[in-house]
Every structure is written in C-alpha cells, then in structure tokens.
Write a new protein. Structure first.
Length: 167
C-alpha cells in the first residue's frame, strides 16, 4: 500500500476500503472456550480438558475467521477478519450465526451479499508470526450511517426476530 508521500504505508495503518466479496461458506472455526486454541471438530482441548477433572471438559465455541476481498484506492486484496473485528460487521457471535445458517440454509450466501459494497475503515496488520498468507483486520468501522449488522439484515430477510433466532 502506498502512502500519499509515495513511500510504503505500514500495514497497521487504517485504510478506507470497500468490501468486494466475503467468503461466508467457511466463516468460523472451533476453539476452546477457555484458551481460544483452535480445535478439530468435536474435540476437547488437550491443555484445558485435564485441568477440568472431575468437572466436565470445558465446551468449545465457534470463532470467526472471515475472508474478505477488499478494494482500497490502490489495489484489491484478501484479508482475514477474526472474531473481535468480525463481530462489528456480523453483529453476533459465530455460534449464533452458525445456528441461524443451520436453520436457514441460504443465509450464509446471503450474508456475503449483505457485506458486498460496504465501505469501511479497516486497520490492517501482519500476523504475529509473520508467515500468514493474508493481512489481518485489527479493527473495522463501517462508514455508512445506516449500516446494519449482517445478522439484523438476515433476520429481516427471513422474518425472524432476535428472540426467535437465539432459541
């Protein structure tokens, strides 16, 4: 990314961008609810499960890992939006969106359509290890004054109230 001075912009600086596309088919991953370590499907955390004896192992939870194609004034690139930043766009937890998509099979594709064209200010940064394929979204702020989180738009489309969706 180029700065206005012609030098390289540091990847952690804010960028005004438009969301071109969102991969909402595979938008989340399972993680330990205690330590947030990534887990395979239907698996217990090897670090936290032994500590929970004689209590049952801690439940796992879903966290967002949302791939977005964004366009800045200079280029189009793919970025990854993890849980905290993704919640600003989605308006709910990954668990809640996953349950909603299970009840409404076309909702995942519709979620991507809802995000397309949204203008946002994003703070981007490289991975901590430095070997990730995509920049990470550290924070995101929609710029449209009438922005509604994705879950609100989906509830409107499918005629589901907030209390109905959580059951």
């Amino acid at each position: 990314m180029e700065s206005s001075a012609g030098g390289r912009r540091r990847p952690w600086e804010a960028a005004v961008c438009t969301i071109v596309a969102a991969d909402t088919v595979d938008f989340c991953y399972r993680a330990c609810s205690v330590c947030d370590r990534s887990l395979p499907a239907d698996s217990r955390c090897p670090l936290c499960a032994p500590r929970s004896t004689p209590n049952p192992p801690p439940p796992s939870t879903l966290l967002y890992r949302l791939l977005l194609s964004i366009a800045t004034g200079e280029k189009v690139m793919v970025v990854v939006c993890f849980d905290r930043a993704a919640r600003a766009l989605m308006g709910c937890s990954a668990d809640e969106l996953s349950r909603f998509c299970a009840a409404h099979p076309s909702a995942a594709a519709r979620a991507g359509e809802v995000l397309e064209g949204e203008m946002c200010r994003m703070s981007l940064q490289g991975s901590k290890s430095g070997n990730a394929e995509h920049l990470r979204v550290a924070s995101v702020a929609p710029l449209r004054s009438g922005f509604r989180p994705v879950i609100d738009a989906l509830r409107s489309v499918y005629g589901v109230g907030a209390s109905d969706a959580r059951q």
